[in-house]
Design a protein around this ligand. Structure first.
Ligand code: NAD
Length: 353
C-alpha cells in the first residue's frame, strides 16, 4: 500500500521527435521568442548540432566543452554568452555539453533548450556541477533546469556502441539508485521501474543494431524516466560513490557508473526486497542482480575500475573518502570492511556479491 508522500514535479517541456529534431528545436526556440541563440556543442557533436539548428537564429557557436565543467571553461562560456548578447542557450550533445549550458544558465539566468545525444540524463535535472582542480562541486538550482528538451533518437545513432552501453548503464544507475536514495518516493520508484524496463529492452537492440531507431528510442525514453526519478530521489550510495571516484581519480563518468552498479546492487538488494522484486520484473529475471548481470553480459559492459585508470594504491583513500558520504537511508549498513570488499571487487572486475 502506498503511504502519504509529497513529490515535486519539475516544470519542463519534453518533446520526443524521432528523426524530427530540427523542426521541434525551431518550435521550442520560437515559443520563447528567442532572437539571439548561443549554440553549445562539442567538436564531436558539431555535425549533429548543424542538423538541428538550421532554422534557429544562432549568433554564437561555442565548442569549448570538457567533462565535469572546469570553472575556467564555465567562465569562458559565460563571457561568450554576454558578449553575444544571447537570449537563449541551445545545447546539442552529451552530459558534458548540457553541463556547460547549465553553468551559463546558473549565472546568467538564460533559458536552455537541450538536445541530448547520449543517455546521461542531465537535461532532466536541476543539478549543476563545476570542477576546480580535482574538486567537483555540485548544487541544485531551478535556473539550470532546461526549459525544453528535444529528444531525437536519430541523433544518438552516431554514439559508438561501447559509449552507448556505458551511457545507457549510467541511466540504469539512476533507476537502481532511485530505489533507495534519500528522497525516493513512490512516483520516483514507478518512474525508475519503467525506466529500467525500457533501458533493458532498448540497450540490447542498440548493440545488435546500432544504426536502428527502435532500440535507440526505447533507450532514450528510459534515460528520461531515469533522470526524472534521480532528480527527485537524489543521490543514493551508488551516485555518492561514483562522484568520489570520478572526482578524485578523473575516471570516465559513464564507464565508472557501468562498472560500479552491480556491486552496489549486490550489497543493497538483500535489504531492499521491494526494489529487488521491481527490478527483477523490469529485467524479466528472478532477481535484480541476476537480471542486471545477464544484461551486462549481453552488452559486453565494462567490468573493472583498473581498466579505467584507477590504481590499486588508490583503494584505501577511496574507501576513506566514501565512508563519510554514505547516505543514512542506504538499506544495507556500510562498514569499512564492506566498502573495501566492494571497491576491490569493482577494481578487479570480480563478480559482485
Ligand atoms: P560526454 O557528454 O562527455 O560525451 C562523451 C563523448 O561522446 C564526448 O566526446 C562527446 O562529444 C561524444 N558524443 C556525445 N554524443 C555523441 C553522439 N551522438 N555521437 C558521437 N559522439 C558523441 O559524456 P556523458 O556521459 O553524456 O556526460 C558526462 C557528464 O555529464 C559528466 O560530467 C557528468 O557529471 C554529467 N552528468 C550530469 C548529470 C546531472 O544531473 N547534472 C547527470 C548525468 C551526467
Amino acid at each position: 500500500m502506498t503511504t502519504g508522500f509529497t513529490h515535486e514535479t519539475l516544470g519542463q517541456r519534453v518533446v520526443f521527435a524521432p528523426a524530427g529534431a530540427a523542426g521541434a528545436v525551431a518550435a521550442e526556440v520560437g515559443r520563447r521568442d528567442a532572437r539571439r541563440v548561443m549554440l553549445i556543442a562539442a567538436p564531436a557533436e558539431r555535425r549533429l548540432a548543424e542538423q538541428v539548428a538550421g532554422d534557429v537564429p544562432v549568433v554564437a557557436v561555442h565548442d569549448d566543452v570538457r567533462m565535469h565543467v572546469p570553472v575556467e571553461h564555465a567562465q569562458r562560456a559565460r563571457a561568450a554568452a554576454t558578449e553575444a548578447r544571447a537570449d537563449l542557450v541551445l545545447s546539442v550533445g552529451g552530459g558534458s555539453t548540457t553541463g556547460l549550458a547549465k553553468a551559463v544558465a546558473l549565472t546568467t539566468g538564460l533559458p536552455i533548450v537541450a538536445v541530448p545525444t547520449t543517455y546521461a540524463g542531465s537535461e532532466a535535472t536541476p543539478v549543476w556541477g563545476l570542477t576546480s582542480g580535482h574538486e567537483k562541486q555540485t548544487g541544485v538550482d531551478p535556473r539550470v533546469l532546461p526549459a525544453s528538451i528535444v529528444y531525437d533518437a536519430a541523433l544518438t545513432t552516431s554514439l559508438p556502441v561501447d559509449l552507448s552501453v556505458a551511457s545507457g548503464l549510467n541511466a540504469m544507475a539512476h533507476c537502481v539508485d532511485a530505489m533507495w536514495a534519500p528522497h525516493a518516493d513512490p512516483l520516483d520508484i514507478a518512474l525508475a521501474t519503467e525506466g529500467a524496463r525500457a533501458l533493458a529492452t532498448g540497450l540490447p537492440e542498440v548493440v545488435a543494431d546500432p544504426g536502428g531507431l527502435d532500440g535507440r528510442q526505447d533507450t532514450l525514453f528510459g534515460a528520461y524516466l531515469a533522470a526524472v526519478a534521480f532528480a527527485s530521489a537524489g543521490s543514493g550510495l551508488h551516485h555518492k560513490l561514483c562522484h568520489v571516484l570520478g572526482g578524485r581519480y578523473d575516471l570516465p563518468h559513464a564507464q565508472t557508473h557501468a562498472v560500479v552498479l552491480p556491486h552496489v546492487l549486490a550489497l543493497n538488494a538483500p535489504h531492499a526486497p521491494d526494489a529487488d522484486r521491481r527490478l527483477a520484473a523490469a529485467f524479466g529475471s528472478d532477481t535484480a542482480l541476476g537480471g542486471l548481470e545477464a544484461l551486462r553480459t549481453t552488452l559486453d559492459a565494462p567490468r573493472a575500475l583498473r581498466d579505467l585508470g584507477m590504481r590499486e594504491s588508490d583503494l584505501p583513500g577511496a574507501v576513506a573518502a566514501i565512508l563519510p558520504v554514505v547516505p543514512p537511508s542506504n538499506p544495507t549498513p556500510v562498514t569499512e570492511d564492506t566498502m573495501t570488499g566492494l571497491l576491490r571487487r569493482a577494481w578487479e572486475g570480480a563478480p559482485p556479491r
